[in-house]
Design a protein around this ligand. Structure first.
Ligand SMILES: [Zn+2]
Length: 97
């Protein structure tokens, strides 16, 4: 795991006390705020996104089975898959806020 110097932006080890480039002291508060909390948040967001993806994937599979059973024409199928792609896109963007 890495962090960046708040003064010069050099890449530092997460447990660094001073910047090796400019000598800036790295405070505990900065390390905690910019490091662990961000990692925790991104993991939670990733898990949430994966859960949604699994649910959506299952729904898409159900829809595909229904489409096949209806023997729809290919252009109709392409249109429906396109709509599902748009829905997935909006879900992704709403979660990344
Ligand atoms: Zn520095």
């Amino acid at each position: 795991m890495f962090m960046f110097c708040p003064k010069c932006g050099s890449k530092l080890k997460a447990d660094a006390l001073f910047c090796g480039e400019c000598g800036e002291e790295i405070r505990e508060i900065e390390r905690t705020n910019s490091g662990e909390q961000n990692v925790k948040n991104s993991i939670e967001e990733k898990n949430k996104l994966e859960e949604t993806n699994i649910l959506l994937f299952k729904q898409i599979k159900d829809l595909e089975e229904r489409i096949v059973s209806l023997e729809c024409k290919q252009d109709k199928l392409v249109k429906i898959i396109g709509t599902i792609g748009e829905i997935l896109g909006s879900v992704e963007s709403s979660l990344s806020c």
